[in-house]
Design a binder for this molecule. Structure first.
Ligand code: SF4
Ligand code: SF4
Length: 371
């Protein structure tokens, strides 16, 4: 067994499964590793395509170039025994920073609604199988992290990441409360080095500007007309919902198994008010913030942003600000789902918003590597 640290805390104690009829992860074009190509070349030569980003690689073709994988048939996989490592891995994500962290994609309904198998046992098996890919990825990401920390120290913006996490854990309810969220977003922009201690909520909430901030964040991710580039929300009836903006309207579409889209409704984004979760919703939201706070990939995405901004932001400000911004994005998505589908603003509404949001969260650029 190789000598590296693997953190399983996100999956420990969870049960997961893959209910029939979903197929949502088959909308994400899986990479085909070199050792997997022979089967597809020999038996399904037209199923392999070259994809240019983030790095050029071979992947499985999609129906009509933008629907589900060509092998998804009646929501079942036609090549199940030969599906790629990435297909087998979902909904787990292995993220390499200066260690390996196993994370769970909460956009998968099997994580919530199908308590069949032990997630920890599956994760351990997955890590054992991925070992040949883990070691080189970890060496690379450890070097990137060392360089990143050196840059932070040189720029005077370094904080201790474990202390940042601890301060969020001790103040988790602040991140589920819009009154504090607006304060955190403001302070992270104004203060040279922000602290959560002593932070008080706004006495009067500026809902219009909060609403605007949440709307802008969520709409940015829906601004493409290409189904490959917009978030997918798989509802409890296994419909693949997509939301896209065009002509100033937010358009709700559903993709069928053949890759065709039909429009279900539309709204002026300005007519969707920001909803505040009720007590059970706040509890569910606090649990999600706690998950984000424990994720190395979330920390890695904050570091990626700091790197892109030329190390101008203090790490504490960037971290607290990013958490607040993520929650605002999620709340607006909950408001949007409630507007179109009536999911509500309690624990169920927050759960549906997490299902809508988490895949995008995990897709954010990060300085480490997804293995
Ligand atoms: S998203 Fe989850 S539940 Fe749906 S097909 Fe994939 S693994 Fe199964
Ligand atoms: S190979 Fe099978 S499991 Fe993988 S994306 Fe295609 S249909 Fe889904």
């Amino acid at each position: 067994m190789a000598d590296y640290e693997v953190d399983y805390s996100e999956v420990a104690g969870r049960k997961i499964g893959c209910p029939e009829g979903c197929g949502m992860c088959c909308l994400c074009q899986p990479e085909v590793l070199p050792e997997e190509r022979e089967f597809f070349r020999k038996n399904h030569p037209r199923s392999l395509v070259r994809v240019g980003s983030p790095e050029p690689h071979q992947a499985l073709a999609l129906k009509k170039g933008c629907g589900s994988c060509v092998f998804l048939n009646g929501r079942r996989c036609d090549v199940y025994d030969h599906r790629t490592a990435y297909c087998r891995q979902f909904p787990f994500h292995l993220y390499a920073s200066d260690r390996v962290k196993v994370e769970l994609d909460l956009s998968c309904r099997g994580v919530w609604d199908c308590p069949e198998s032990d997630a920890l046992a599956e994760a351990k098996d997955l890590v054992a199988r991925a070992e040949p890919r883990i070691i080189p990825a970890l060496e690379e990401s450890q070097a990137v992290y060392r360089e990143f920390y050196a840059n932070c120290r040189e720029a005077g913006v370094m904080s201790d990441p474990s202390r940042l996490r601890m301060s969020v854990s001790e103040n988790i309810s602040m991140f589920a409360d819009v009154a504090y969220l607006s304060r955190i977003m403001d302070m992270s922009e104004i203060e040279p080095v922000m602290s959560l201690t002593g932070l008080s909520p706004e006495t009067r909430l500026d809902m219009p500007s909060l609403e605007e901030a949440g709307r802008e964040l969520a709409m940015e991710s829906m601004s493409s007309g290409d189904p490959l580039n917009v978030p997918v929300y798989c509802d409890s009836g296994w419909n693949w919902n997509m939301f896209m903006t065009s002509g100033g309207k937010l358009r709700w579409k559903v993709m069928d198994d053949g890759g065709d889209l039909s429009e279900k409704g539309s709204a002026d984004p300005e007519d969707i008010p920001l909803k505040v979760p009720d007590e059970s919703g706040m509890k569910a939201l606090a649990d999600y913030v706690s998950t984000l706070n424990g994720r190395d990939s979330f920390m890695g995405s904050v570091f990626s942003m700091m790197d892109a901004n030329g190390y101008e932001d203090d790490m504490a400000n960037a971290y607290y600000g990013s958490l607040a911004v993520s929650v605002m994005d999620l709340l607006w998505r909950m408001s949007m789902l409630d507007h179109f589908m009536g999911v509500g603003c309690g624990a169920e509404g927050v759960k549906e918003a997490i299902i809508f949001y988490d895949m995008d969260r995990l897709d954010a650029p990060a300085i480490g590597a997804f293995i």
